[in-house]
Write a protein that binds this ligand. Sequence first.
Ligand SMILES: Nc1ncnc2c1ncn2[C@@H]1O[C@H](COP(=O)(O)OP(=O)(O)O)[C@@H](O)[C@H]1O
Ligand SMILES: [Mg+2]
Length: 319
Amino acid sequence: MLEIRDLHLAMRSFEGEAHVLNGISLSVARGEVWGLVGETGCGKSLTGLSVSRLVAQPPGRYLRGQVIFDGQDVLSMPGAALRALRGRRIGMIFQDPTTNLNPAFRVASQMIDVALHAGAPNRRAARDGAIRMLDRVGIVDAAKRVDDYPHQFSGGMRQRVLIAMALLGRPDLLVADEPTTALDVSVQAQILRLLHDLVQQDGLGVLLITHNLGVVAQICSHVAVMYAGNVVETGPVRAIFRTPCHPYTRALLEALPGAGAARGALRSLAGQVPNLFTPPPGCRFAPRCPRATPECEAGTPPLAELAPAHRVACLHPHA
Ligand SMILES: Nc1ncnc2c1ncn2[C@@H]1O[C@H](COP(=O)(O)OP(=O)(O)O)[C@@H](O)[C@H]1O
Ligand SMILES: [Mg+2]
């Protein structure tokens, strides 16, 4: 359904142009829940935004690659086709204002707009659809609550409203950027369970962006680990948690407080994430990697399949 092919993105800022995505490849099929993980600044959000062509150009500039959704390249399709995709085929939950709640308007008016865009025949039907969806995501007394303003909901309830909005168009793919990061651990677990149930019922594909491997362990079927603009390892969650092959993935898992810990945010490794304005030659992890050899500086290692569906971009992977 979604296939990101060798995506390269540069971002311009006052310091110059940084090569922030350095050949991202990733595919999501219906029914798969992909976790996209990595430390802050590695390019997760820009990858997620690229799926709906939401990276502003400038400062962004795509150097190479494609984002194929159902056979069409999102990055080159006409604006009208793109708008038809957003909210209908692809649901989005991001922290940015375009996909978030506007504090100035009642939830009803925001959801009605989305439902009309998604094909509801009139305002009445749009409102009814919004109420049904709020009910489905666990908002008690939805027919009344729909007329509240966003600030009248708790953080967890607002997140449920956002999920309801993203699902109004019955999308085939849901892209959610850190949907539970701001929440308490117990509320976070509730929201993850809700997402899991909805995804199971509707069979949609999900790209879940998180810096938290514990979140991945809870609801993802697959995971893609990113480091400094590269996908370094991808595959089924169980395979990667059991046999992490990339030295970076291994370091991340070792940093988790106890196997399968639910709150394990990524801890920093020795050394620093490279400066993306002057990235190291070859593998961007090599300067921090205990297994690096001079060959690692020769070029970015390709993602190679080590076991069925388990791919690793490393010249010296763990077995
Ligand atoms: N609007 C922007 N202008 C310039 N650089 C940006 C912009 N947005 C993000 N970046 C840079 O791109 C890199 C990846 O950012 P992002 O995708 O937000 O990372 P993540 O979501 O993994 O924390 C970071 O180094 C960040 O500083
Ligand atoms: Mg981010």
